[in-house]
Design a binder for this molecule. Structure first.
Ligand code: ADP
Ligand code: MG
Ligand code: ZN
Length: 506
């Protein structure tokens, strides 16, 4: 939300919020339009069974093989809430610093669609499980439990379903436990929205409550977008972009919608409240339904379920199951270990890299070795690039080997370039860094060895020496390069530079 003190000032200013009319000179700040974005996220919970029946969750099995009378909506069946889903819902609410309702109600959300056999979805309405939390600087409006709908499979994609033409329904997904997370409209750019969603995703992953896979639909995001004159606090008319199913599409879709709304508003026209579909291949936005066609869901309390009242034991179990979350870990890495914010985030947002880093810090211990900042650079730099997409636990480089290697570089026993070479060897073949350095003669070229090499380099690069003498320090690179080539990267750059300078000045 905008700072209330500044928005009050702006509200008193009659020019604030005025659009249209020629701008004299530079555009005043009041005419800048500020994007306002709120997200609605659906998370499939990684339980063993469905939300209200004992069917196993489905991962691409033959259609309609994971169903029962309850999730097929047969009359006379009764839903039974999944305790594990409630536990996960509580964990998510607590991780997002929400208030947990001591008594929340399931409602029937009524609408007709072929993927909804009961004619209603069991969801939560005015008393959700959790409300009023926060993740980073974004307030959470609510977190509630519900069941997923089934899936319509359209002809073409459906060849394997009994050769049916038209559309068929695969009920395997119907009844999968979902948590819906709704933010307050606190995001201010498409990039920020994608960034925040990344944080939410790693947080949910760390909680272990979901696969959080956007491709497979276990994490789905709708984005609500509006614009308003910068510095004002009233919300503009919003549109809703459905199913932004990758971080890139979310960012591109929101940016496209911001541009579309800005063009409308600048032309003095109004934004119409509607639901939009973003086509990532063409970059175009098309209406799905307008406010007039909005559903009236006729919510009514689910008569077959008693209110959900978590017991003290359930609340305790959820709290005890909370791991250290990425935001807190990143904070700890920067405040306690002195890592730059970006590096801290990179390590904390990947549990495996973060664990690897911490293990290498522990292995480095009190020995005069690399400090945490240097270790972090090795992990997010050399190690990460040698890994590609692979998980560090599958690498032959172990945390203690990395600590040993970084320590040798920090103590100037080997050059950084040689350190990189050793890391590559360990990654490919395994082995102990010290032994590799010994066996391959990678120890740093000492001053004795260097003296001769530096002497030759200076003699053979008279041009560069002249330039350096004339103050063109860049020319130094050629001489340093010659020494590095001859020592195959075993020399320490700083030391070489110093020795060259001494010799030139002599
Ligand atoms: P709806 O009733 O259309 O679902 P809600 O008020 O429940 O709208 O809000 C749904 C989502 O839209 C929330 O994430 C909220 O933060 C966001 N939102 C609401 N109003 C606006 C607005 N004017 N601009 C941007 N986002 C908004
Ligand atoms: Mg909504
Ligand atoms: Zn079932």
């Amino acid at each position: 939300m905008a700072d209330p003190s500044t928005t009050a000032d702006r509200a008193a200013d009659p020019a604030a919020g005025h659009l249209g009319g020629p701008a004299p000179g530079d555009e005043p700040a009041e005419r800048r339009l500020e994007p306002v974005i709120g997200l609605e996220i659906h998370v499939q919970l990684a339980t063993r069974t469905k939300m209200f029946c004992a069917c196993a969750l489905s991962f691409g099995e033959e259609p309609n093989t994971r169903t029962c009378p309850v999730c097929l909506g047969h009359p006379g069946t009764l839903p039974v809430p999944n305790a594990r889903a409630v536990h996960f819902g509580l964990m998510i609410g607590m991780a997002l610093e929400c208030e947990i309702a001591l008594r929340s109600i399931f409602h029937r959300k009524n609408y007709f669609y072929p993927d909804l056999p009961k004619g209603y979805q069991i969801s939560q309405y005015d008393t959700p499980l959790c409300a009023g939390g926060r993740l980073r600087d974004v307030r959470i409006h609510r977190v509630h439990l519900e069941e997923d709908a089934a899936k319509l499979v359209h002809e073409g994609a459906s060849g394997r379903i009994h050769g049916a033409a038209g559309s068929v329904v695969d009920f395997n997904r119907g009844g999968t436990p979902l948590v819906e997370i709704v933010t307050e409209p606190d995001l201010r750019s498409a990039a920020d929205a994608a960034d925040w969603l990344r944080l939410l995703r790693v947080t949910l992953r760390q909680l272990g409550v979901s696969d959080v896979n956007m491709d497979e639909g276990s994490l789905r995001c709708d984005a609500n977008v509006s614009l308003r004159p910068a510095g004002t606090s009233d919300l503009g008319v919003k549109t809703e972009l459905k199913n932004m199913n990758s971080f890139r599409f979310l960012e591109r879709g929101v940016d496209a919608e911001i541009a579309r709304q800005e063009e409308l508003l600048r032309a003095g026209r109004a934004v119409v409240q509607e639901t939009l579909h973003f086509d990532p291949t063409t970059g175009s936005l098309s209406p799905l339904r307008s406010k007039e066609e909005a559903h009236d869901y006729r919510y009514l309390p689910e008569p077959d379920l008693v209110p959900l009242a978590p017991t003290p034991a359930m609340l305790r179990a959820a709290r005890e199951a909370l791991p250290e979350l990425p935001a807190a870990r990143s904070e700890r890495f920067s405040t306690e270990l002195g890592l730059p914010v970006d590096t801290a985030r990179m390590l904390a947002f990947s549990a495996e890299l973060g664990d690897f880093f911490e293990a290498s810090v522990a292995a480095s211990g009190d020995r005069a070795g690399a400090d945490p900042r240097e270790l972090a650079n090795w992990v997010v730099g050399e190690l990460k690039s040698s890994l590609g997409d692979a998980d560090p636990t599958s690498s032959r480089v172990r945390p203690d080997a990395l600590a040993e290697l970084a320590g040798m570089v920090a103590r100037h026993e080997i050059s950084r370039a040689a350190g990189r070479q050793v890391l590559e060897i360990v990654a490919a073949e395994g082995g102990a860094p010290a032994a590799i350095v010994e066996a391959r003669g990678l120890a740093r070229a000492g001053e004795g060895e260097l003296a001769g090499v530096v002497g030759r380099a200076v003699a053979e690069n008279a041009d560069a020496v002249e330039k350096v003498r004339a103050g063109k320090t860049k020319a130094m690179g050629a001489i340093v390069g010659a020494v590095m080539r001859e020592t195959k990267g075993r020399a320490d750059g700083e030391e070489v530079r110093r020795m060259i300078e001494e010799r030139i000045r002599a």
